[in-house]
Design a protein around this ligand. Structure first.
Ligand code: ADP
Ligand code: MG
Length: 311
């Protein structure tokens, strides 16, 4: 079965990460009128009834309406509350609480710890809040993905990406960020794409083939974009063989993740205007690429630099 991103998220998040903890409660000896007032003030439609720190029941807006209808609103909560409350545990996956909410149509599920103490309440609102917080956290993590930007003396802009070996989850992130940067500088889309494809391939090679990761440096110069990709090993024995379309040393596991088609290096070469690939077994691998910003005219002359708005 294939999980969507959100499904995966609600399986991974625990109930305690998604519950509201500022829970308003009432005592069983309070009147239903008291409960009504408390609910209105707290803007909630149901509240746990707690005695000596132990949850003994729940009253909801439905109970209040019934009490108003039938004239017993001044009676103690104890007489009318629901006693067998459906509850959840803090360490359950959030998905389990969500399916109970869905099935029962209850508006809230009290969360009880091992000792039966009320430690929070799961509501649709608390779930939404938790999902948004988690999404924000994930996005922030992606944004900070080891990219640094500096301006060089030559006025060129240098982006540096540190790529971790084995970090399959984030494969493609450097290329997306670089492409975004190029787009914001008005680089034409076809060139953005070529740079992004080459970066993506170089990035995955660092992730799947390097021993301890490597670095991608992108220099955005007035007339070209230069990419320098380096790692400290293991290096390549036979560069010519590595360049062959379809040649790959990737393991079955890596192939099962969708990498290792052996087209990376040929793709990179195809995309770049200048391609240089060097490697020494035991020392490391270095890839130098250049992408020209301006198409060269038939006579080989470079067109004026002001053809490119912000570079
Ligand atoms: N940075 C690197 N370090 C060591 N070996 C590499 C590196 N990049 C590529 N290789 C070798 O070159 C081969 C071909 O690379 P590539 O064309 O990108 O195909 P793939 O990554 O799908 O295997 C790889 O299988 C690997 O053996
Ligand atoms: Mg590759």
């Amino acid at each position: 079965m294939e999980f969507s991103f959100v499904e995966e998220l609600v399986h991974r998040l625990k109930v305690f990460q998604a519950m509201a903890t500022n829970v308003v409660t009432v005592s069983p000896e309070n009147s239903l009128r008291d409960a009504q007032i408390t609910m209105r003030e707290a803007r909630v439609s149901g509240i746990p009834v707690v005695k000596d720190n132990i949850m003994v029941g729940i009253v909801t807006i439905e109970d209040i309406i019934q009490a108003l209808d039938h004239g017993y609103i001044e009676e103690p909560i104890d007489r009318w509350m629901t006693r067998d409350v459906v509850t959840v545990e803090p360490n359950w996956p959030l998905s389990r609480a969500m399916s109970i909410l869905d099935r029962t149509r209850f508006g809230r599920l009290p969360v009880l710890d091992e000792d039966g103490r009320l430690c929070g309440v799961i509501t649709p609102e608390s779930i939404l809040r938790a999902l948004l917080t988690e999404l924000n956290r994930l996005l922030a993590r992606d944004e900070k993905s080891e990219v640094t930007i500096e301006t060089l003396e030559s006025e060129a802009l240098r982006l540096r990406f540190e790529i971790e070996a084995g970090d399959y989850d984030r494969a493609g992130l450097a290329s997306v960020q670089l492409k975004r940067e190029l787009a914001s500088r008005g680089v034409e889309p076809a060139l953005q794409r070529r740079v992004a494809i080459a970066t993506h391939e170089a990035e995955t090679n660092l992730i799947i083939h390097s021993t301890s990761g490597g670095t991608i440096i992108a220099d955005l110069e007035p007339e070209s974009i230069r990419l320098t990709v380096t790692d400290d090993g293991p290096g390549i024995d036979d560069i010519e063989q590595a360049m062959q379309p379809g040649y790959s040393t990737a393991s079955d596991f890596i192939r099962s993740l969708g990498f290792g088609a052996g087209m990376g290096l040929p793709n990179i070469k195809r995309c770049a205007d200048h391609f240089e690939f060097k490697s020494k077994p035991g020392l490391g691998t270095r890839l130098n690429l250049r992408f020209d910003l301006k198409p060269r005219s038939a006579t080989g002359q470079v067109q004026p630099a002001d053809a490119i708005p912000s570079l």
